[in-house]
Design a protein around this ligand. Structure first.
Ligand code: 5GP
Length: 185
């Protein structure tokens, strides 16, 4: 299990998209009640659920962890994770710090990585450039980022995303994915 957290805009989604190019890695598709962004496909980035359905899934114990983030609910479906781990695959979860904390508390073995922006100014610049959020949402994400940075010490490793290629290489090394697939270890 490879758990990746970090403030919105730190580049963790881009890093995760690079990791899943490796056939050993399976991405955990979370459920969420937030609306899809342009280009997002149901079942690929997220399973988009309404609040009633999400609550019903919680009741059924369908999520291994769930949390409210920026006013929306997000949860990790249990079944795909169990199947991937049983098959010996690297299961990659891109979740917030509350989710990371819950998984750690469950005693689930894994590598817990925190992706940090070089500084808060560059985080704001990235959120603005992304162009997907209103100024109010950006303010909310910046406030949340400060909170998330305080959870940093609950992670095994912190990777500062100064430069994408270096950050990807560092994450791959920490996750034991540096060697090409199939090579003897
Ligand atoms: P976004 O709306 O930008 O896709 O995600 C907002 C935040 O929710 C990010 O920090 C993301 O990592 C987190 N998130 C996504 N899926 C899950 C999940 O299943 N559980 C938890 N706890 N957080 C999640």
């Amino acid at each position: 299990m490879l758990v990746v957290s970090g403030p919105s805009g730190c580049g963790k989604s881009t890093i995760c998209k690079r990791l899943v190019l490796d056939a050993r890695v399976e991405f955990s598709v979370s459920a969420t009640t937030r609306a899809p962004r342009a280009g997002e496909v149901d079942g690929r980035e997220y399973h988009f659920l309404d609040k009633a359905r999400f609550r019903a899934e919680i009741e059924h114990g369908a999520f291994i962890e769930w949390a409210e983030v920026h006013g929306n609910l997000y949860g990790t479906p249990r079944a795909p994770m169990e199947a991937a781990l049983a098959a010996g695959r690297v299961f990659l979860l891109e979740i917030d710090v509350q989710g990371g904390k819950q998984l750690k508390a469950l005693g689930l073995p894994g590598i817990y990585l925190f992706i940090a922006p070089p500084d808060m100014h560059s985080l704001r610049t990235r959120l603005e450039r992304r162009g997907t959020d209103t100024p109010e949402v950006i303010e909310r994400r910046m406030a949340k980022a400060g909170e998330e940075m305080r959870a940093l010490d609950q992670y095994d490793h912190v990777v500062v995303n100064h430069e994408l290629e270096r950050a990807v290489a560092e994450v791959r090394r920490l996750a034991g994915l540096s060697e090409p697939q199939g090579s003897a270890r």
